[in-house]
Structure formats: structure tokens, C-alpha cells
Design a protein around this ligand. Structure first.
Ligand SMILES: Nc1ncnc2c1ncn2[C@@H]1O[C@H](COP(=O)(O)OP(=O)(O)O)[C@@H](O)[C@H]1O
Ligand SMILES: [Mg+2]
Length: 252
């Protein structure tokens, strides 16, 4: 069953069409990768789904409910929560307090909120940083804090916008483990990512945007072999390398 249905979504900024008639489903319990070159419309799509932008036209159905015109706080309350490409923790607060803010948004009492926050910190492998000030964390940890904070709101759908950009290869591996752990807990994920090897190893399905248009949709293997995707985004050499490295799908 689809947890999120994106139907003919169009978002215009003046004459610029950032998302153009985009449709796809995100199945419950799956990890869907959203890829495409810079300016393809990925963040705009996140902003529409999460209620930060009101789409020009089209429909967004979340958990069977039309959320197209709901404001962000309502969408979050229903369980569709996103992180931001540019991380923005509450810098003067500790890591724990940042995550507590997320837990309180869910309406938890103090004891429950602490339990939830501790669980989210541990899921995101931040437990030994809980007393550090958020502003002083290196970028890899800030990205994880974004995830933990979003997680603490108790989402059904977690949308990660470039959660792995700027990370070292070790940090990317850890981030992938975290994502796999979230999926195992039944959280559905929609993930924007530029690091293809990373997307390919966690995604069940991949949607490719280019110039606001969906140019392909399929399993990671189908996507790396898609001529349109290779031309618009991946490049033939990259595809060869990816196939040789044996990292095309997590099920291989
Ligand atoms: N708030 C905005 N106002 C005007 N143009 C925007 C706005 N947000 C995004 N755009 C434009 O929409 C297009 C898609 O941007 P974006 O969704 O950020 O792409 P991506 O995340 O795939 O790199 C770009 O041309 C960008 O300049
Ligand atoms: Mg973006």
C-alpha cells in the first residue's frame, strides 16, 4: 500500500516550473531514492510534500488523506517529516535538548520525551554526544542530529534531503546503517541523495527528476541501465564503474 501518493505535482515559481506534473508512489515500509542533477526540483518536491510550499497544481495523498493544502505543522503532525539540506540545529542547545524539542512536538510528557529522545539518539548513534552543544558538532554529527530530531517527532514517513552530502566515506557507511535501522523499525523513507553508490545500496525504488520532470522510475538496477538517466545524470562511465563494483542493489 502506498503511504505517499504524489499525483501530477506541479510547482511554479513565476515562469520557472520547478516540478512539472510529477507522479509516483512511496510504498509503506520502503526506501525510495529521489535523484537528479542540481536544480532538478528535488528539494522543491520535499517542500511541497512537507507542506512548506503549496503546489501550483496536483495532489498529495499521505496515508490515504489529501494533504495537498495542509500547512507544514499539520503535515508533520500526521507523520510526514523532513530534514533540511542545509542543517539548522538550535546551536546554543545541547544535542539532547535539540532532540527533546522534536519529542515534545509529538505532545509527549517530560518522561516520555526523554525516553523517546534517548532512543532516537541511540538509533542515530549520537548517544555519546548528547551533552555537547549542537553548534560545535562537526557536519557529520549535525546531519545525524537532524535525523534524530526529525525521528523524535514519531514520523511514518521520514524525508531526508542530502543527509550524506559532505560526509566522509566512513560517515556515509554509518549513515547508511542508520537508514537501514530506521527501515527495520517500519519507518518509510524518501531520500534525496547525490552519492549514487549510497542510494543504490539502500533504495528499493528510485525516482529520477531532471528539469522538474520525472524521467525514470524503477529499481536501482533498472535505473543504472536506463539510457535517459545515464544521459541526463549518471554518465556511461559512472554506470560501468557502479556495475563493476557490485553495489547496484542491496539484494544482489
Ligand atoms: N523559493 C524559490 N523561488 C524561486 N525559485 C526556486 C525556489 N526554490 C527553488 N527554486 C528553483 O527551482 C528549481 C529547482 O530547485 P530545487 O528544488 O532546489 O532543486 P534540487 O533540490 O533538485 O537541486 C531551481 O531552478 C531553483 O532555482
Ligand atoms: Mg536540493
Amino acid at each position: 500500500m502506498a503511504l505517499l501518493e504524489v499525483r501530477n505535482l506541479t510547482m511554479k515559481f513565476g515562469s520557472l516550473v520547478a516540478c512539472n506534473d510529477v507522479s509516483f508512489d512511496v510504498e509503506k515500509g520502503s526506501v525510495v531514492g529521489l535523484i537528479g542533477p542540481n536544480g532538478a526540483g528535488k528539494t522543491t518536491l520535499f517542500n511541497c510534500v512537507s507542506g512548506f510550499y503549496k503546489p501550483t497544481s496536483g495532489k498529495l495523498i499521505f496515508d490515504g488523506r489529501d494533504v495537498t493544502n495542509l500547512p507544514a505543522y499539520e503535515v508533520a503532525r500526521l507523520g510526514a517529516v523532513r530534514t533540511f539540506q542545509v542543517v539548522r540545529p538550535l546551536k546554543e542547545m545541547t544535542v539532547m535538548d535539540n532532540v527533546l524539542v522534536g519529542a515534545f512536538l509529538r505532545g509527549a510528557d517530560a518522561d516520555t520525551a526523554h525516553k523517546v529522545a534517548e532512543e532516537c539518539l541511540s538509533l542515530c548513534r549520537l548517544e555519546d554526544k548528547s551533552h555537547n552543544l549542537a553548534g560545535g558538532l562537526p557536519i557529520g554529527y549535525k546531519k545525524r542530529l537532524e535525523m534524530a530530531r526529525a525521528l523524535a517527532t514519531g514520523p511514518n514517513l521520514l524525508m531526508l534531503d542530502e543527509a550524506m552530502a559532505g560526509l566522509t566515506s566512513t560517515e556515509i557507511k554509518e549513515a547508511l546503517e542508520i537508514i537501514k535501522g530506521l527501515r527495520e523499525r517500519g519507518i518509510t523513507l524518501l531520500v534525496v541523495e547525490h552519492i549514487m553508490e549510497a542510494i543504490m545500496s539502500v533504495a528499493d525504488m528510485v525516482v529520477v527528476l531532471d528539469g522538474g520532470v520525472k524521467i525514470a522510475e524503477g529499481t536501482p538496477r533498472e535505473i543504472v541501465e536506463d539510457e535517459k538517466v545515464i544521459t541526463a545524470y549518471l554518465g556511461a562511465k559512472f554506470t560501468e564503474r557502479l556495475k563493476r563494483s557490485g553495489e547496484v542493489t542491496r539484494n544482489d
